[in-house]
Design a protein around this ligand. Structure first.
Ligand code: ATP
Ligand code: MG
Length: 250
């Protein structure tokens, strides 16, 4: 006789994957200083899908760079997966990104001398994975680039480069994906398949998604929508962005 399985205990409350406190950041412009973020507070639960919207120049990219530890705030704190980024040096930040964070940059940041395959395989190669190219090849096929593996970035269209950047951000199955307008350069059909891929990853692996997007139908599919305006984040109900045809009948 085997013992009956233990009754599951109620799940302990999970700490947020991202905890931002009083985040302030600005840029020096000559003798002036432009404040972009003015004391932003934000908590994001693990496994959620969060869209960040806001006008051009409102600081969306700056916020993502701070969450990735690629910029330092002038004040405030960013904690990702229990780690206070302010306490880490550049090497430790790079290790954290390599292990837990995927980033899709607005301008892709692909390495020009590497093929699509080698660009996408890079995070796995840095982690010493011997199957790096196989996994990267499969991810590129997933984003519809199976026929472009050996092309360099200069030989790819903007949308194709964006998909290589997405594949590169996802190959190591990060806990957190930060994506800056990941569908901004894609045609409707490819954008839809990239959206589906991101949501599938969220569902299957619990990847937390933080997406900057101007695409309201994309934002409406997320759990939360945050609008950045005047250096502050404002929570918006995703349901309010859904077209009446998408509304669930009462
Ligand atoms: N390196 C920099 N030096 C000076 N100012 C900067 C720098 N980077 C960004 N800024 C300024 O900070 C503000 C926010 O920029 P950011 O790139 O975060 O905006 P954004 O919301 O991502 O805009 P977009 O939707 O156009 O991508 C802008 O006014 C920009 O001019
Ligand atoms: Mg931007």
């Amino acid at each position: 006789m085997t013992a009956p399985p233990p009754t599951p205990s109620p799940a302990a409350p999970q700490p947020p994957l991202i905890a931002v406190r009083q985040l302030t950041m600005g840029y020096a412009l000559g003798s002036r200083r432009v404040e972009v973020l003015r004391g932003v507070d934000l908590q994001i639960a693990a496994g959620t899908r969060v869209a960040i919207a806001g006008p051009s120049g409102s600081g969306k990219t700056s916020l993502l760079l701070l969450l990735a530890g690629l910029e330092r705030p002038s004040a405030g704190q960013v904690v990702v997966d229990g780690v206070d980024l302010g306490a880490l040096d550049a090497d430790a930040l790079a290790d954290l990104r390599r292990d837990r964070i995927g980033i899709v940059f607005q301008s892709f940041h692909l390495l020009p001398s590497l093929s699509a395959l080698d660009n996408a395989a890079l995070p796995l190669q840095m982690a010493g994975r011997r199957d790096a190219r196989d996994v990267a090849g499969a991810m590129l096929a997933r984003v519809g680039l199976g026929g472009r593996l050996q092309h360099r970035p200069s030989e790819l269209s903007g949308g194709e480069q964006q998909r290589v950047a997405i594949a590169r951000a996802l190959v190591h199955r990060p806990r957190l994906l930060l994506a800056d307008e990941p569908t901004g350069n894609l045609d409707d059909q490819t954008a839809e398949s990239v959206r589906d891929l991101l949501f599938e990853l969220n569902r299957d692996f619990g990847t937390t998604l933080v997406l900057v997007t101007h695409d309201l139908s994309f934002a409406a599919r997320c759990d939360r929508v945050l609008r950045l305006h005047d250096g502050q984040l404002h929570e918006t109900d995703p349901a309010s962005l859904r077209a009446p045809a998408d509304a669930v009948p009462a």
